[in-house]
Design a protein around this ligand. Structure first.
Ligand code: 5AD
Ligand code: SF4
Length: 466
């Protein structure tokens, strides 16, 4: 038996933050249709699998999930919708391979999800992988569901065509949402309780406004919105790291000291074969300028090992650039050939074992850098935005300005920004204690502390300027 008249739903998002954003918006759409969110996928009547196609492993996950849902014992099999980039890339092929799927909807078409659910209720297979010229955003309901930290998609798609990447095919050409629509959405998010907004785009720093504005103008406009305390943006391409945007890191108080700037490889030869349009040297020059603008800024990156033709010497150059940058955080992957991309046709593929060894060496170095970055914060004070319950009873967890997870005991509530003395650090999180603020008139914390405010924050935080 299969559910035909769904009353409850669950959206499961895989992959990047853009998918998390899309998943939230699909949930808002379904709620506007009168459906209720189920606590999890185990007994939901409609399960939306919001998929990722960036690497093979990510794409295969969806099929094992579909199999599990079809066989679930505690409830009839749900109505299943496959959304996201696998839906876009594979379309009707998904239903041939997994006949349990009722709906296939691409990332540019999910505003049609309610109509697709109606089709599926009538027992008809429902597919929409269109990439309409008119943006889906105008057809979505106003923002409602939010926590203290919210995502806001401002730009979608990519025109860079790195030779390994499916994004230009699954998400389509670069489009920027209009300035006014973004500000309206930001205001709605703030009204719904957001203290931090992360501007999202596959190439977020390629965002352009109708009057030629750049991302820095958007950041400055958000800076002026009362109630918003923190601004972040991700993911950026080195080619779009303009002087204006770098200057914003020096001047905009609410812009957090964190930059995710993927380099992928340290070898000029491989960067060329990847069609990255930057060299190792030009990347390092950008990092130097960003650090001059915002001393202490946390730099994060993405890396691919085992791109076709990558020699031992090329890989050594990747290790060299990691040494030169000294990352606070990073994501590294084994190259995965994606159907339809130029690199998938390239010869000189790297054996799996070599890729494994390289990934291990790279990750050992990156993990050591991350731990050192975290440890260097111990004994200092900074602000933490409380976002969720922590590991232990009485604990809450949140993010430091450098996007580290911090756990602490506190009577404060989720959504508060509290001053914290950092007491210990592991590779993935820190522990701290809630302290009274350093600045007069703002002390709400339970204990006073003589730990110094992190020097990277001295010029820049909202409190320091107060
Ligand atoms: N293989 C491995 N990693 C990839 N990425 C993108 N495409 C591939 C691929 N085919 C990585 C890049 C990118 C991140 C989101 O995923 O590092 O920055
Ligand atoms: Fe993919 Fe390159 Fe575009 Fe990033 S810049 S989304 S890696 S094609």
């Amino acid at each position: 038996m299969k559910t035909r008249d769904p009353q409850t739903f669950h959206v499961k998002s895989f992959g990047c933050q853009m998918n998390v954003y899309d998943g939230d918006r699909m949930a808002e759409l379904l709620e506007a249709e009168g459906m209720r969110a189920a606590a999890d996928g185990a007994d939901a009547d409609l399960v939306v699998l919001n998929t990722c196609h960036i690497r093979e492993k990510a794409a295969e996950k969806v099929y094992s999930d579909i199999g599990r849902l079809m066989k679930r014992k505690n409830a009839p099999a749900p109505m299943i919708a496959v959304a996201g980039c696998v839906a876009q890339a594979e379309g009707a092929e998904i239903v041939r391979r997994a006949p349990g799927v009722d709906i296939v909807v691409g990332p540019q078409a999910y505003h049609n999800l309610p109509a697709l659910v109606r089709e599926a209720k009538a027992g008809r297979p429902a597919l929409d992988t269109g990439m309409p010229l008119l943006s889906k955003f105008g057809a979505l309901p106003a923002r409602r569901r939010q926590g203290p930290s919210a995502f806001l998609t401002v730009q979608e798609g990519c025109d860079k065509f790195c030779t390994y990447c499916v994004v230009p095919y699954t998400r389509g050409a670069e489009i920027s949402r209009p300035f006014a629509a973004i500000i309206d959405e930001a205001k709605a998010l703030i009204d719904a309780g957001a203290k931090e907004i992360t501007l999202l785009g596959q190439n977020v720093n390629a965002w352009r406004g109708g009057a030629g504005e750049g991302l820095e103008d958007l950041i400055r406009a958000l800076d002026a919105l009362p109630g918003l305390a923190r601004i972040r943006y991700t993911t950026s391409h080195p080619a779009d790291m303009t002087c204006g945007l770098i200057r914003a890191h020096a001047e905009v108080e609410k812009l957090m000291p964190y930059l995710h700037l993927p380099v992928q490889s340290g070898s000029g030869r491989i960067l060329k074969a990847m069609n990255r349009s930057h060299s190792a040297q030009s990347y390092l020059a950008i990092i130097e300028r960003v650090r001059a603008a915002r001393p202490g800024i946390a730099i994060s990156g993405d890396f691919i090992v085992g791109f076709p033709g990558e020699s031992d010497a090329d890989f050594e150059e990747t290790l060299n650039i990691v040494e030169a940058v000294n990352y606070a955080q990073a994501f590294s992957f084994k190259y995965s050939p994606r159907p339809g991309t130029p690199a998938a046709e390239m010869e000189d593929r790297i054996p799996a074992q070599v890729m494994d060894e390289r990934l291990q060496r790279l990750q050992a170095l990156l993990n050591a850098q991350q731990l050192a970055f975290n440890q260097a914060k111990v004994g200092r004070r900074c602000e933490v935005l409380l976002e969720r319950t922590g590991r232990k009873p009485g604990q809450l967890a949140g993010k430091s300005p450098w996007l580290q997870s911090v756990h602490l005991e506190t009577d404060a509530t989720i959504g508060d920004i509290v001053e914290v003395e950092l007491l210990s650090a592991g590779p993935n999180s820190l522990a701290g204690r809630h302290t009274a603020a350093l600045f007069p008139g703002e002390g709400r914390g339970p204990v006073s502390s003589s730990a110094p405010l992190d020097p990277g924050l001295r010029r820049g935080t909202a409190r320091a300027a107060a």
